[in-house]
Design a protein around this ligand. Structure first.
Ligand code: ADP
Ligand code: MG
Length: 534
């Protein structure tokens, strides 16, 4: 439970923004929200039902609290309208067609009503890391031997990784070279309150989500603070501009231009059902409007049924040449329900189309490679600049393979200080606490290679704060922690680096009692940041 989590880590519960309106004391707010048997979620404001009037004769603090509630209620309504008229929307679970039919069953994306405070120094640090990680991914992707060796044991016990490696192996065997390489990455971080440092959670090299909706949330918050910032004591100028959608579209557009075939299209590989389709359609729309580039959307199964590779290497789908394959699917085993989907992946990899990501870039983003790169002297194999190496290393949390008996022993003793991760993407896979201990004991007993399917990571403890979250038109205040994702775009053609940029950001905020972080998976809300001096 949240309350025990907070006291356990000796963190004071702070409201996200004190502002000028005095709040009820944080302590009492937390107690009313989280101490059992009170309900975990306190309804802070519901636009239609909240009263703006303070009852006559109530104490000033209470009155101020009620005023704040009234302001928040007004903001919730304005925000919900803003989402609807600006396309900050997702498919609604309640409508069965919302994941397949565009324009049907839309609901505003879950969001935080106020941006999360984030120290400017850590923001700068995270932004500076983006081009360095981009370059690192590119360098590591070229070292096929390293990738195969580092994943050789994982392969024995993880069927999905084995299938990816098999494609990689086939490309190595035919000496396939990717001259034009496009990376659209998102490096995720949390601020560890124990060490006061910015630590990387993971680096996504495939299907980095929310460039479209993430940039809109920054705009939403800017608009809200332009209207309510004065009364809340918050300055909208402290929200960094976020051009993630246009910057990713620019990278895709420039990659398309490098391919140099005016009639070719961008192929977006998607899941058959996708309630986050509007995030993707934002890129489609920018690509068309700014670069005149057409995007087609296909599932892996459709690619298999409709696609072919011509003798000159051209990938053709539906009679159209493909310049860039942009994956918004294909990162999880569930994306490959049959052999057809694997054939599609292989077909695209064999073609001359630019893949975002290529199989090599995909593998570089695996958790096992993240752990390998954190080993001593590994970064030095790939990068020359000592300062860059030091910056990367500073952002690495503790990462271990399960060969390390000492660490496994400490994790069994103190499971709360670790996270156990399998080789999976997309949320909902990590193991914590008691389950982590039980799993390690079980894996040890099995005595086989099964340990190689996981890595252990130092658990990061961000400071929790009280945050108003809006979901389905309702606002709840809850204790939350946040994860900052920094987008990076990288494009090169042989020796020419065309783009290597930090490309916007995404803050995701989740109730601190939840271990997982996915927005699409229902654990978190979209957020932006408000830079602070501390
Ligand atoms: P996925 O590929 O499923 O997104 P992540 O490594 O990002 O895997 O983990 C999912 C979520 O678990 C993160 O968004 C974060 O909320 C939480 N998490 C992951 N690693 C840690 C960690 N070391 N400490 C604390 N929380 C973590
Ligand atoms: Mg993640």
């Amino acid at each position: 439970m949240s309350s025990s989590c907070v006291s356990h880590h000796h963190q004071a519960v702070r409201p996200r923004h004190g502002g000028r309106l005095p709040l009820p004391s944080p302590r009492s707010a937390a107690a009313s929200s989280f101490a059992p048997p009170a309900p975990r979620r306190r309804r802070a404001a519901r636009a239609a039902t909240m009263s703006a009037e303070a009852a006559p004769g109530v104490a000033p603090v209470e009155e101020a609290g009620q005023r704040r509630v009234a302001v928040l209620a007004e903001m919730v309504e304005e925000a919900a309208v803003w989402c609807a008229v600006h396309g900050l929307v997702v498919g609604d679970r309640a409508d069965p067609r919302s994941g397949t039919v565009p324009g049907v069953g839309l609901v505003h994306a879950p969001f935080s009503l106020l941006p999360a405070r984030f120290p400017a120094s850590f923001w700068k640090q995270a932004c500076e890391l983006a081009p360095i990680f981009n370059e690192l991914v590119d360098r590591v992707s070229l070292d096929g031997e390293f990738l195969q060796a580092a994943l050789s044991r994982t392969k024995q016990v993880d069927e999905f990784t084995a299938r990816l490696l098999e494609i990689h192996e086939k490309m190595k065997a035919i000496n396939k070279k990717e001259d034009i390489r496009l990376g659209l990455h998102r490096s995720d971080y949390m601020l560890d309150s124990e060490t006061n440092s910015l630590l990387q959670i993971e680096l996504n090299t495939i299907s980095s989500s929310f460039p479209g909706l993430g940039s809109l949330v920054s705009e939403l918050h800017r608009t809200l603070l332009n209207h309510y910032g004065k009364v809340l004591g918050l300055d909208s100028k402290r929200i960094p501009r976020n051009w993630a959608a246009t910057q990713f579209a620019e990278a895709l557009g420039k990659a398309w231009a490098e391919y140099n075939n005016d009639s070719a299209v961008v192929l977006m590989v998607v899941q058959p059902e996708e309630r986050n389709m509007y995030d993707q359609y934002w890129l489609v729309s920018h690509l068309k409007e700014s670069y005149g580039v057409t995007t087609i959307r296909k599932t892996l199964a459709q690619v298999e049924a409709e696609g072919q590779v011509l003798t000159d290497g051209t990938l053709v789908i539906d009679g159209r040449a493909v310049a860039v394959v942009y994956f918004r699917a294909g990162y999880a085993p569930a994306d490959y329900p049959s052999e057809a989907e694997w054939r599609a992946r292989l077909l695209m990899e064999q073609s001359s189309a630019i893949k975002c990501p290529s199989i090599s870039y995909h593998l570089v983003g695996t958790k096992k490679i993240q752990q390998e790169l954190a080993n001593p002297n590994v970064l030095e194999r790939f990068l020359d600049n000592k300062e860059d190496i030091a910056k990367l290393r500073k952002s690495f949390a503790g990462l271990w393979s399960l060969d390390n008996e000492e660490i496994v022993k400490s994790a069994i003793e103190k499971p709360d200080l670790f996270v156990l991760k399998p080789q999976r993407e997309g949320g909902g896979n990590n193991i914590y606490g008691h389950d982590l201990r039980d799993m390690l004991i079980k894996l040890q007993k099995e005595q086989g290679e099964s340990l190689a399917a996981y890595i252990l990571m130092q658990r990061i403890f961000p400071k929790a704060s009280l945050t108003p979250l809006v979901r389905g038109g309702d606002c709840f205040e809850d204790l939350t922690i946040s994860e900052l994702g920094i987008y990076g775009a990288y494009l090169r053609n042989k020796d020419k680096v065309i783009l290597n940029n930090q490309s916007g950001y995404l803050m995701r905020t989740k109730v601190s009692s939840s271990n997982e972080g996915g927005v699409a998976a229902g654990f978190a809300v979209l957020d932006s940041i408000l830079l602070t001096d501390e």
